[in-house]
Ligand binder design. Structure first.
Ligand SMILES: Cc1ncc(COP(=O)(O)O)c(C=O)c1O
Length: 405
């Protein structure tokens, strides 16, 4: 029987292959150190959990909630944008709460895309950026992920040679998986470009608060006039270690927010009210929880870079996000990121995410998530050192075979 049209456009998740291998190694008793999925391991701060427990006792909160988010939650998000970015938002028309930023992004794609619409999407990038549009019949044109002057010449070419003219441009800084951080000047140039060509800008700012060096990442909405064409997505998953709670936001241009709100009003009744109230409490907090999360990831990053480097695997220190994006050591590169990731599970008891899962431009890399504690990261480095130091003797078949690809 033929596969459904939509399902055909969704290849099996590449990460699944590594996950399956990981599960079978664990079933065989291996202690796999899992630096693969970007699934935060830190507990949600106690005050947020306590608020949820308190509110859930009130039966009035058990009814359907508000799809666009309860007013207090939208006001708290407006206050966050004012405080953190100096951006003024109308909570009634420029903010909608989403079931995590992933849902918001995917339904925005659904709301605005007609079959055949062209969308400019970084490569490599977080998969929903491309697949959100592919699912709705859109067409993806890959663009660079590097937020510098090299970004624009290929972008100009992509716009000139796209028929129809592109509908939207995706930004994701700090980037998953590459950890690139964009400056406000870069955003100014992107907004000027997008306005000139009448292109919508969708910015995924899921890692707004996970930064270590340099100034805090800006919002694209800080650019004067960005509100005319841009929407930005933020997430509570990483900032407040709330990935399972499914709480995020889309903010910005009224027409776009209204389109997303309309689609969502047909699809969902919003997050469970106690979750929305607890999220409001989190956003209205004093920021100390966020500082703590940031410092945990920073320490892990430092341990990762130092210990993996000593083990013979150079990892550039990410300035932000909870990921390092590391080039596969030269002698393994030709085998590709999926095979290399499988090898790490089998021979070094380490799971990482193969770069190919983020797009073809990612195949020389693996993404290493900072989701195990410092002790476990050091253990991973010891495993890696053992693997790398014996690889020449034990892997000659694998390496030479794949080098001929
Ligand atoms: C860039 C990016 N956007 C969105 C998400 C999804 O976040 P949420 O849990 O808010 O859906 C992630 C999660 O890994 C991410 O890395």
């Amino acid at each position: 029987m033929e596969e459904f049209h939509k399902v055909r456009r969704l290849p099996p998740y590449v990460f699944e292959q590594v996950n399956r291998l990981k599960a079978s190694a664990r079933a065989g008793g291996a202690d796999i150190i899992d630096l693969g999925m970007g699934n935060p391991d830190l507990p949600t701060p106690k005050a947020i959990v306590d608020k949820l427990c308190e509110v859930v006792q009130d039966p009035r909160t058990h009814r359907y909630s508000s799809s666009k988010g309860i007013p207090g939650l939208r006001r708290a998000q407006a206050a966050y944008y004012a405080r953190r970015f100096g951006v003024k938002l109308n909570p009634d028309t420029q903010i909608v709460a989403t079931l995590g930023s992933k849902e918001g992004f995917a339904n925005m794609a659904q709301a605005i895309t007609a079959p055949g619409d062209v969308v400019l999407c970084p490569n490599p990038t977080y998969p929903i950026h491309a697949f959100g549009f592919l699912m709705t019949g859109g067409v993806i044109r890959s663009i660079s992920v590097e937020p510098d002057e090299t970004f624009f010449p290929p972008l100009e070419r992509a716009v000139r040679h796209s028929i129809p003219k592109p509908l939207a441009l995706i930004l994701n800084y700090p980037s998953n998986p590459t950890a690139h951080v964009a400056s406000l000047d870069f955003y100014k140039d992107v907004i000027a470009f997008a306005k000139k060509h009448d292109i919508i800008v969708l910015s995924d700012l899921a890692y707004s608060e996970i930064y270590f060096d340099g100034p805090p990442p800006p919002s694209v909405l800080e650019v004067p006039g960005a509100m005319d064409i841009a929407v930005e997505f933020t997430s509570m998953s990483k900032t407040f270690s709330m990935p399972g709670w499914r709480m995020g936001f889309a903010v910005g241009n009224e027409r776009l927010i209204s389109a997303l709100t309309r689609v969502k009003s047909y699809l969902d009744y919003g997050a469970f009210t106690p979750i929305q109230v607890a999220a409001t409490h989190a956003l209205n907090g004093d920021g100390s929880d966020i500082a703590e999360v940031r410092s945990v990831y920073k320490r892990r990053r430092d341990v990762l870079v130092e210990s993996f480097g000593k083990a013979g695997f150079e990892v550039p220190p990410p300035a932000a996000t909870m990921f390092a994006w590391a080039k596969i050591p030269e002698k393994f590169r030709a085998m590709g990121s999926l095979e290399f990731s499988k090898l790490l599970v089998e021979k070094a008891d380490i799971a990482v995410a193969p770069g190919i899962g983020f797009g073809e431009q990612g195949d020389d890399y693996v993404r290493i998530a900072l989701v195990e504690n410092e002790h476990r990261i050091r253990q991973a480095a010891r495993n890696l050192k053992r693997f790398l130091s014996t690889a020449d003797d034990t892997m000659h078949n694998v390496i030479s075979l794949n080098a001929h690809r």
